[in-house]
Write a protein that binds this ligand. Sequence first.
Ligand SMILES: *[C@@H]1O[C@H](CO)[C@@H](O)[C@H](O)[C@H]1NC(C)=O
Ligand SMILES: *[C@@H]1O[C@H](CO)[C@@H](O)[C@H](O)[C@H]1NC(C)=O
Ligand SMILES: *[C@@H]1O[C@H](CO)[C@@H](O)[C@H](O)[C@H]1NC(C)=O
Ligand SMILES: *[C@@H]1O[C@H](CO)[C@@H](O)[C@H](O)[C@H]1NC(C)=O
Ligand SMILES: *[C@@H]1O[C@H](CO)[C@@H](O)[C@H](O)[C@H]1NC(C)=O
Ligand SMILES: *[C@@H]1O[C@H](CO)[C@@H](O)[C@H](O)[C@H]1NC(C)=O
Ligand SMILES: *[C@@H]1O[C@H](CO)[C@@H](O)[C@H](O)[C@H]1NC(C)=O
Ligand SMILES: *[C@@H]1O[C@H](CO)[C@@H](O)[C@H](O)[C@H]1NC(C)=O
Ligand SMILES: *[C@@H]1O[C@H](CO)[C@@H](O)[C@H](O)[C@H]1NC(C)=O
Ligand SMILES: *[C@@H]1O[C@H](CO)[C@@H](O)[C@H](O)[C@H]1NC(C)=O
Length: 571
Amino acid sequence: MKISNWPCLLMPTFWWNLSSPAGYPPQTVTCPSGPLTRSASTGLNPNESSYMESRYAVAKENLRTYLNSAKLEDFNVDGFLMDANPTIGLAFSGGGYRAQLVGAGEYAALDSRTCVTNGVGLGGILQSSNYIAGLSGGAWLVGSLVSNNLFTIDNMLSQDILWNTSNSVLDFYDNLLETLEMWVLIALQVESKEDEGFSVSITDFWGRALSYQQLAFFPHEGAGFSFPKVMEVPVYRDFYAPFPILVADGREPNTTIVNLNSTVFELTPFELGSGDPSLESFVQVQYLGSELDGGFPSGRCVNGFDNAGFFIGTSSSLFNEILITINQEYIPVFLQDIIEEVLINPFEKLNVDVAHYSPNPFYVSGQNGNMSSPIEASETLFLVDGGEDGQNVPLVPLLRRNLSAVFAFDNSADENNWPDGTALISTYERQFTPQGGDIAFPYVPGQSTFINLGLTSKPTFFGCDASNLTSLTADIYNVPVVIYIANRAFSFSSNTSTFQLEYSIPERNAMITNGFEVASRMNGTLDEEWAACVGCAIIRREQERMNMVQTEQCKKCFQEYCWNGTVYETS
Ligand SMILES: *[C@@H]1O[C@H](CO)[C@@H](O)[C@H](O)[C@H]1NC(C)=O
Ligand SMILES: *[C@@H]1O[C@H](CO)[C@@H](O)[C@H](O)[C@H]1NC(C)=O
Ligand SMILES: *[C@@H]1O[C@H](CO)[C@@H](O)[C@H](O)[C@H]1NC(C)=O
Ligand SMILES: *[C@@H]1O[C@H](CO)[C@@H](O)[C@H](O)[C@H]1NC(C)=O
Ligand SMILES: *[C@@H]1O[C@H](CO)[C@@H](O)[C@H](O)[C@H]1NC(C)=O
Ligand SMILES: *[C@@H]1O[C@H](CO)[C@@H](O)[C@H](O)[C@H]1NC(C)=O
Ligand SMILES: *[C@@H]1O[C@H](CO)[C@@H](O)[C@H](O)[C@H]1NC(C)=O
Ligand SMILES: *[C@@H]1O[C@H](CO)[C@@H](O)[C@H](O)[C@H]1NC(C)=O
Ligand SMILES: *[C@@H]1O[C@H](CO)[C@@H](O)[C@H](O)[C@H]1NC(C)=O
Ligand SMILES: *[C@@H]1O[C@H](CO)[C@@H](O)[C@H](O)[C@H]1NC(C)=O
């Protein structure tokens, strides 16, 4: 199967005609009265809830269509959906371009608009989903898709501006002069943010450079495109698209993090923050960069700090390293000097991978509170790549939203640049620590069982029986069935290095095609019932909640795809 053989390539329908300021630096605005943060204990952000309410009505109709076409046997779709409300989340892992491109093929397999999958793969799952989350390379994918009106992969293939990976972003144009011009512009943009009094970091340069590929259609490559504007593109105005969430980790200066003590931050078009015990607070993204104390404005207020490329760069700040380590020859000398200057500060040198959110929106001064959390005591909020805590699939925000089923697309580089389950294991283990104590995740085995039982060589469902989760939580029906889909080779060895920054266009397309094959079980040829089996996983929690028995077909599917608790560890 070759992408060039795909039956139809649609005309592009990218969305970039938004009025947005050309500038990168935030602008001063009048401070609103009242607090700009809220406690996580108040539940979901009200704007997110209101979007989801309308979105769910649309998603449910699309799920009806999917289930009807998936050939579920002896199952009355309409009768079931009368009482049941299944919800779906999609999670795309980190892993640089490998994760973005394989993830793009997986996304194409879920998209009913993809010509190749109509009636064959999992087309319609995207249209039925409530949430789409991405981290690091997965955040490039999700950030680019949602900013550009949720384009189809067919759309992307029919143009040559967006996702042009033939040169690395460091050396983006064939013509050195043009590359130089790009870096001069970026340097001016970042400097103008600094001139406005903001602390900048390598992430600012990185986020701007990434935008040349990911937000290529926007005026000034998205220099003035704020992430909240995503909610104004047609697919969001029409409630057609799942709600986007990017993930980053909080890291205090001069420390390392592991999954057991990280603070997992969600970046949405409405809010940034974390429900983890170390913070339990969210701030309105539109007012990031404003001076707040205890959530209330205490000085200048700004808009425009919430640049979409900066968010995508924050989630992938691991790649800041490349700006200062490899391929230096492409970075013009003057920019090297600027970066050197940033790095003269010993703190910066030790924390190159950190994005600065300063002033810290969660700052609480002594007089206003208690400074119970180190995050609240710091004048700057430091965020790093969402995969740095080992949870390389962005599951935590989805687990907090009580979904019925979550697709975990794992394109991590664990062993030979293939995944071995480490991302899921990290999230599983976290629930037994104070930071993760309020989030239940189904049982998973260790890495060698993942490999020995072939749980990465074909899709595997975890948490198939809610009744087996009682030792983890009382809310067993709020724990999703996890549909784990790991990168593996079909038509292409898609285990490229995380730090491979150039893909020729044929290589890029081969990565995408392989991702399509991973998620569609080789275009449906490995299992004709694959679409039905995915349907069985999506309806499972609601069936259990309503005390309904599984159909014979679904029982067979679960026999085939569920991890049944067998452990086969070797050292
Ligand atoms: C995928 O399968 C469908 C139906 O079997 C077939 O029509 C289509 O050509 C296949 N596409 C590719 C690219 O193999
Ligand atoms: C969120 O909802 C409130 C109340 O409906 C509204 O005033 C506000 O503009 C919304 N914010 C965004 C970013 O949509
Ligand atoms: C991608 O960018 C390169 C370098 O600017 C250019 O030569 C090429 O034509 C672009 N498009 C494609 C499809 O490679
Ligand atoms: C997190 O845990 C790691 C490993 O145990 C430790 O090195 C680090 O100091 C901890 N960081 C914080 C902020 O507690
Ligand atoms: C972090 O380490 C650097 C270099 O040792 C030091 O200058 C800085 O004060 C430290 N920062 C904090 C917050 O401990
Ligand atoms: C800070 O919190 C602790 C524990 O919750 C409480 O005992 C103390 O009174 C608080 N201090 C202030 C100044 O609010
Ligand atoms: C998830 O379920 C828990 C427990 O029933 C509930 O407290 C929480 O509000 C729910 N969260 C969402 C986002 O629905
Ligand atoms: C890809 O995986 C194969 C084994 O499956 C290994 O031999 C090869 O070195 C890997 N390639 C990379 C770039 O890691
Ligand atoms: C559980 O899975 C293992 C390995 O995949 C298999 O050998 C075994 O027969 C299964 N057990 C049951 C009860 O299905
Ligand atoms: C069922 O729960 C037990 C712990 O009670 C656990 O060891 C086992 O792995 C679980 N089985 C599955 C299939 O999740």
